[in-house]
Structures are given as structure tokens and as C-alpha cells.
Write a protein that binds this ligand. Structure first.
Ligand SMILES: Nc1nc2c(ncn2[C@@H]2O[C@H](COP(=O)(O)OP(=O)(O)OP(=O)(O)O)[C@@H](O)[C@H]2O)c(=O)[nH]1
Ligand SMILES: [Mg+2]
Length: 350
């Protein structure tokens, strides 16, 4: 999971990146993107670790990148820094930072989202048009795959022509797969953070709600990145007092991470044992055999059964033995759709 923090110049990208990663970079502006690995907090894994006392606990991880600013016309005109563009294309999702401090109005915030979304749409449009032109020049070979791609791209083009991001186009699983190679920017899930100052946090929250209604497809939350970046560096007791003082219920880090999983359509299954307790992020809706590939392709190829118990059941009965007695421990086959919090043990052949 690779997520980039993007936005206009001075919108607070680096500050938010620091709040999310708990790092502090005194050097200010840097050409090089900052990268950080973030553990996805998981209370279930914490509890299981206490029970199994494994040698190690491995949380799902997000790789977070800070990027350089996107200026108006940048993406479309190709004047954007090549590295930043490459970074954006390879991202699984974006966190867009919108400045709502230093006298910025709600109209400014809306205009900023509109501008960036517009950049992405225009960039995708140009890519689609180029591809379609090339396809039309090619001699027709009666190739159905080609015909299908052309039809799909025509649908995409009609959608972006209406100024809608591709993320709001209803696509079949296999269509999404067919489009993957294009790395379309407007197809990527995007979360928006309205970055409010210390003294307009309540208004930031209200604005986030309005913006979410006005920009369908994007979850919008608000935070004061500056406060949160300080918060991220505090010791636990100091942090609690600070959060109370500023009425921050949950840190942006916790909020963004659960939102990111949700926005990217991810859930986690768990594995337990004396060696390791671990959370494995997978796409929601995939089956046990596909999920096994997250651990190892061999486990998927030679899949036999998945020993399965839900976290809730495990907590209710306290041990695998008790779960078996109660009949909640199951042997699931290849096509079983894995649920969030399933504790799995994959049985595979040699
Ligand atoms: N009041 C207030 N100021 C903020 C907040 N977040 C960032 N700032 C200030 O805005 C300025 C820019 O913040 P950065 O985090 O460097 O912004 P950036 O988007 O990384 O900027 P570039 O990388 O130069 O595009 C700094 O002076 C921050 O202190 C915030 O939540 N509230
Ligand atoms: Mg920066």
C-alpha cells in the first residue's frame, strides 16, 4: 500500500506527512520525496499478541510519501516534476491536503479541490485520447480484446469529458484490471484533508462535510496538521492532555489509516502462532485461495483448506480448542470469501 500526500504549494503536505509518520524534518523543502512506513494500528492484533506471546507481531503497513507541490496546469502541461508525476502514477491512493488557514475561505478550499481534480481528469483524458487515436490508426485484426479495450476507453472518455473522475465510473473487476496499466490519476482513491488552523478547527470540520457533499466519491476529513504534527511526537501522557485541550478525539493518524483502508477497499485477515501474529491486508471480497497469496503464492497454488475462525468467536471462546468444541472453527474451501478479522491458517499441499 503506497499512499502519496499531494496538494498545492504550502497546503501543509509536509506537515501532514510528519503528523502521520511521527517524523520531524527540520530541513524544510526537499526535492527528494520523504518516505515513511506506517504500521496500521489493529487492536485485535494487540489482543492476540497478549494471548499468543509470539516472537514478533507484524502489523499491516502503509508506505507514505510526501511529494512536491502540484501547481495549476502542471499535470496537464507536463510541467510537473517528473519524479512527482511518477510517484503519483505508482501510488495506490492519494491524500490531498487543502489549505484552510491563513485567511483561506470555503470558496478557496472548493476551488483547490476542483483544480486538482480537474488536473487529473485532463491528464487522463489526454492519455485516453492518445491511446484511442493510436488504436484507430492500427489495422483492425478482428481482435476482440482490442475492440473491448476501445469500447472501454470510449466509455472512460465520455465520463472524463463530463468532468467526472474515473473513480466514479462503475467498472467491472476485469475492466479495472484492464485499465491498471494506464495508471490513471483520477481513477485512484483519494482522501481529502481540510487543513485548518488551530483557531478554526470547528469550522474546518463543518467545511469538510460540505465539501464531501459537493465532491462525490471523495471522503473529506478536517484536521489541524500543525497541531497534529506536534501531537505525533509527544509522549503518551502529554499527548492525552494535549488532545483534551484541543478537543481532538482521535489523532489524524488513526483516522486517516482506517479511512485509507476503507477507501482502498481493503480488509485484514489475521494469522496467529508462537512465532508470529500478523495482519494481512487484502482486497475486500476476495476468496480464501486468493487471500492465501498475500502470504505466499505457493500457499495459494497448493491451497487445500483454510482453517477459519472469526476474531469475535475466538474472543468469545478463548482458544482454538474451545472454538472447535463450540463448532465455530471451520474448514473453508477455495471459494470462501474472507471477512475482516478472520483468523486463518492455510492448509496447503507440498
Ligand atoms: N496555521 C496552520 N499553519 C499550517 C498548518 N499546516 C501547515 N501550516 C503552515 O504552512 C506552511 C507550509 O506548510 P508545509 O507543510 O511545509 O506545506 P507543504 O504543502 O509541504 O509546502 P511545499 O512542500 O512547499 O509545497 C508552514 O509554515 C506551516 O507551518 C496548519 O494546520 N495550520
Ligand atoms: Mg512540503
Amino acid at each position: 500500500m503506497y499512499i502519496s500526500v499531494i496538494g498545492h504549494s504550502g497546503s501543509g503536505k509536509t506537515t501532514l506527512f510528519q503528523a502521520l509518520s511521527g517524523t520531524k524534518n527540520e530541513g524544510g523543502y526537499s526535492e527528494k520525496a520523504n518516505l515513511a512506513m506506517i504500521d496500521v494500528p489493529d487492536e485485535r492484533l494487540d489482543v492476540l499478541t497478549k494471548i499468543f506471546k509470539p516472537k514478533k507481531t507484524v502489523y499491516a503497513r502503509i508506505e507514505l510519501a510526501d511529494t512536491m507541490a502540484i501547481e495549476e496546469g502542471n499535470v496537464q502541461k507536463g510541467t510537473i516534476n517528473a519524479k512527482t508525476l511518477q510517484q503519483m502514477r505508482t501510488s495506490d491512493a492519494f491524500i490531498l491536503t487543502i489549505a484552510y488557514f491563513d485567511g483561506k475561505s470555503p470558496a478557496d478550499a472548493a476551488a483547490d479541490i476542483h483544480a486538482i481534480r480537474g488536473e487529473f481528469i485532463l491528464s487522463d483524458m489526454a492519455q485516453i485520447e492518445t491511446r484511442l487515436e493510436r488504436m484507430k490508426k492500427q489495422p483492425k485484426k478482428g481482435d476482440t480484446a482490442q475492440a473491448q479495450e476501445e469500447l472501454l476507453l470510449e466509455r472512460c472518455l465520455a465520463h472524463v469529458n463530463e468532468e467526472k473522475p474515473l473513480s466514479t465510473l462503475a467498472l467491472e473487476e476485469q475492466e479495472t484490471r484492464a485499465l491498471r496499466g494506464f495508471q490513471f490519476l483520477s481513477l485512484k482513491p483519494m482522501m481529502i484533508v481540510v487543513n485548518a488552523s488551530e483557531d478554526n478547527m470547528a469550522e474546518g470540520k463543518a467545511q469538510a462535510e460540505v465539501l464531501e457533499k459537493n465532491f462525490p466519491g471523495y471522503p473529506v476529513i478536517s484536521a489541524c496538521a500543525k497541531l497534529e504534527s506536534e501531537l505525533a511526537l509527544m509522549a503518551d501522557d502529554e499527548r492525552a492532555a494535549f488532545m483534551e485541550e484541543y478537543a481532538i478525539k482521535e489523532s489524524i493518524r488513526g483516522r486517516i489509516i482506517s479511512l485509507a483502508l476503507h477507501t482502498m477497499g481493503l480488509i485484514c485477515f489475521l494469522t496467529v502462532g508462537d512465532d508470529e501474529c500478523r495482519a494481512w491486508p487484502i482486497k475486500k471480497g476476495i476468496n480464501a485461495q486468493e487471500a492465501a497469496a498475500a502470504i505466499h503464492t505457493d500457499l495459494s497454488n497448493k491451497f487445500i483448506r483454510a482453517e477459519t475462525v472469526s476474531y469475535a468467536d475466538f474472543m468469545k471462546y478463548g482458544s482454538m480448542t474451545e472454538c472447535k468444541k463450540a463448532g465455530v472453527w471451520r474448514l473453508e474451501g477455495k471459494t470462501y470469501i474472507v471477512e475482516d478479522g478472520d483468523i486463518l491458517n492455510i492448509r496447503a499441499g507440498n
